[in-house]
Structures are given as C-alpha cells and as structure tokens.
Design a protein around this ligand. Structure first.
Ligand code: PGA
Ligand code: ZN
Length: 418
C-alpha cells in the first residue's frame, strides 16, 4: 500500500515552447517523484483530450493552467490521504473521478502526469529502478527496445514540404543501443552533408530534430535516405533499413489523398506504398491510410503483411477498443503505443497486452512535443517494447531517452530486443 500525501502540478514548456503539465507525487512514506507529459501535433481524433486553457492571451490558447489547477485542487483533494495498492488502483480512482469517456473534464494531461508521478514515487518507495518497477507491473522481463530513429521529416513535423511525415532508420544488425546510435550518427552526418550539397544549407527545424530539406517529393526523401546510408558506408537493408510514418490522415480530405501534387484514392495509396516498399528497404509503414478507413487498412495489411510491419498510430490511438477491432478485422499487425493518447499507465498496459495477445509487434513512441523527462525509456524497457520511436539523435528532449537507454544498457546488464 502507498499512501498519497500530496499531489502538485506546475505548468512547464515542451520542446515546441508550448505549455505542458509537470506533476509531483509525495507519498506518506517520504518517497516522492515527478513526471512531465508530452504532446502531439499530428494527433488522432480518438485520442484522450488534452485540456488546454483556450485563453488566446496566453500561449495562443495552449496554456495548461486549468489542467494544473485540476491536479492541485480536485485531484489532490480527492486522493491525498488515500492508500493505493498498485498503479491500477490509482488509475481507476482517477478515471472514476474524471468520469468522462475521453478524460475531457480533468484533462488527459492532468491525469497522465499524476499517473506517471505516482508510478515513479512507488518505484522510489520500493527502492528499485523505474524500469524494474515497470517490468514488475507488466509481469515482463525487461529488455531494451530497438530504436527507430528519425532522419527526415515533412508533413506536420517539417513544415509541410512533403506529404509524408517521417522517414526513420532502424539498424537491424546492431547488437546494442550504443552500436545503433553510433551507426545512426554516421548516417545523420552523411545525410546532413547530402542535404546541404543538394538543397543548400537549412536549419534542422523539424519538430523531432530530423532534417527537413526542401525535397521535391516524398519519394525523394526515401531516395535521399538510401543514399545517405550508402554514403556513410553501410549496406541499405542489411545494416540500416527504413521505417515510414506516412501520417496519411494529415493529407486526406474530401475522400482523397493529396500527395505531392497528385490526388489519389485509397487503392492508389496502397499501390504507391507497395511500390515504395518494393523499391526501398522499408520494414515498417505507420498510418499508411487515414484513421477512419478500416476497410482500406485491411487491404493495406493484406498487401504488406510479412514484408513490412503495418503499424497503427492514429488508427488505434492506444485505445483498447480500437485495438480489439483492428485485431478482429486484421487491419494492422503492430501497435504504436503513446501513453498520452489514452491517458493512464493502466490503460496503456492493457493496450500493450491486447497487442501482444494478437501476436503484434509494439513500438513505444514519444510525441513531437517532448520534454527532458526520460520516463519513456524506462517504460519501453520495462514493458519490453520491440521498438522505441523517439525522434532524431539531435535535441536534448530526444537524447534524454536515448541516453537513458545507454545507461540502462551499460549499468543494468540489459540487452537489445532480437
Ligand atoms: P505526434 O507525431 O506526436 O505529432 O502525433 C508522432 C507520430 O505521428 O507518430
Ligand atoms: Zn504517427
């Protein structure tokens, strides 16, 4: 049993300079911990509600003072002095208190900040590292996840110069996080040189730290990525493969996909993705179709299955009900797990278990608006995610997670998922 003494929150800023919620949990035993929640830009419409103030005089309406006040007043008032056996007991209490379907009353940002801070405080109370506490909660043996690292961005993350959002690198042959990051640094340097020679110098301004050159098309990003891999001295596919976040909902409107000057339908999109997969070493495709086209996803999954992962982000929104539907309909074969899409650790764990039960792979993901908090690395390791998606190897809000993985690898005898 852990008794909560107090819950407090403050408004802090994320990597886009937008407010977010930082919560602290003090237990009666004296153990205490804090956590900060991230925030997305290409959000799925089924995500839990991130409570924003809407006061245009502060941060263009993005302020989080209401969510912060909900922690300091209502949530603290209801939970302080109470005993909780475990994370599920705490999270269920938060869900009951909020009592809405999508956490719109108290805000998923307020609720998740408390859920995470309590989880860390319990780890501290038990005197074990956070990843180990997460592993016990999930009844898993901890394992390091394989990074999917952002190289190029377009779409909502890169100023919209291409339709597709992210081209990432995985290093399938790497035996460690340390080796993965070293290979990635070589590829990033080669890509930066290539971009500056081909498109002129450009600041690295994409939200997740990736390069965002003014490329002529989405496919040019893929060709440039393969060229960068080769320039860095690696074998495309064998030593460095590509994963895509198409984020197709972002360029779908009026029943069609508007991509690189063309307007195509669902079948056109499936054919295009499959042609990319045949021409480039692509091992995973996230959100290849828009989030509401369940029938189309079945077709995409049928076409790619066994060749590349069909990864659901906006389609699933880490929502257990949507994961059940996708598994029943064979709409995808892997889960992008973003804890703040659903809003509590307990529900995120349920999502993870459902995905595992369906035989899917799990990619634990950060958001495009992140902070220096590194809890995601412990979660991905403790819950034994197959992959972790954090963004580029630039920018400290990304590196906080990679550096934590390096420390876990070096100091805790953990190894990389197969
Ligand atoms: P978001 O992007 O955090 O902006 O939603 C990440 C993703 O789409 O995977
Ligand atoms: Zn995505």
């Amino acid at each position: 049993m852990s008794r909560i003494q107090s819950l407090t929150a403050v408004e802090v800023l994320d990597s886009r300079g937008r407010p977010t919620v930082h919560a602290s949990c003090r237990l009666a035993s004296g153990s205490a911990a804090s956590a900060t929640v991230p925030s997305g830009a290409s959000t799925g419409s089924a995500e839990a509600l991130e409570l924003r103030d809407g006061d245009m005089r502060r941060y263009a309406g993005f302020g989080c003072l209401k969510a912060v006040a909900n922690v300091n007043r209502e949530i603290n008032g209801a939970l302080a002095g109470k005993d909780f056996a475990d994370q599920a007991a705490l999270d269920h209490c938060l869900l009951d208190l909020d009592s809405t379907e999508n956490k719109s009353r108290l805000g998923a940002n307020a609720i998740l900040a408390v859920s995470l801070a309590f989880c860390r405080a319990q780890a501290a109370e038990r005197g074990i590292p956070f990843f180990r506490h997460m592993a016990r909660m999930a009844e898993q043996s901890p394992r390091l996840p394989r990074p999917m690292i952002n190289l190029f961005s377009g779409g909502a993350h890169g100023g919209g110069q291409t339709a597709i959002q992210d081209v990432q690198i995985v290093v399938p042959s790497a035996r460690s996080i340390a080796e993965t990051l070293q290979v990635m640094a070589d590829i990033f340097r080669a890509a930066a040189d290539l971009v500056s020679a081909r498109y002129g110098m450009r600041l690295l301004t994409a939200d997740e730290g990736g390069l965002a050159p003014d490329v002529e098309s989405s496919e040019a990003m893929l060709a440039n990525a393969v060229e960068a891999i080769m320039l860095a001295g690696y074998e495309p596919g064998e030593e460095a493969a590509l994963t895509l976040d198409v984020a197709a909902s972002q360029f779908h409107s009026d029943g069609a996909y508007h991509i690189d000057g063309e307007v195509i339908d669902r079948d056109g999109m499936i054919n295009l993705i499959d042609s990319w997969r045949a021409a480039y070493p692509i091992v995973s495709v996230e959100d290849g179709l828009q989030e509401a086209d369940w029938e189309g996803w079945q077709g995409l999954c049928g076409r790619l299955q066994g060749r590349a992962m069909v990864l659901g982000d906006d389609l699933l929104c880490t929502n257990p009900a949507r994961i059940r539907q996708a598994a029943a309909e064979n709409a995808c074969d892997s889960l992008l797990l973003k804890v703040n899409q659903i809003g509590t650790l307990t529900e995120a764990l349920e999502a993870m278990r459902l995905a595992r039960g369906a035989g899917w792979k799990v990619v634990v993901s950060a958001r495009s608006g992140e902070t220096e908090d590194d809890w995601l690395a412990d979660l991905a390791t403790g819950w034994a995610g197959d992959y972790i998606k954090v963004g580029s190897i630039t920018q400290s809000e990304r590196l906080a997670k990679y550096n934590r993985l390096l420390v876990l690898e070096a100091l805790h005898g953990l190894s990389l998922t197969g």
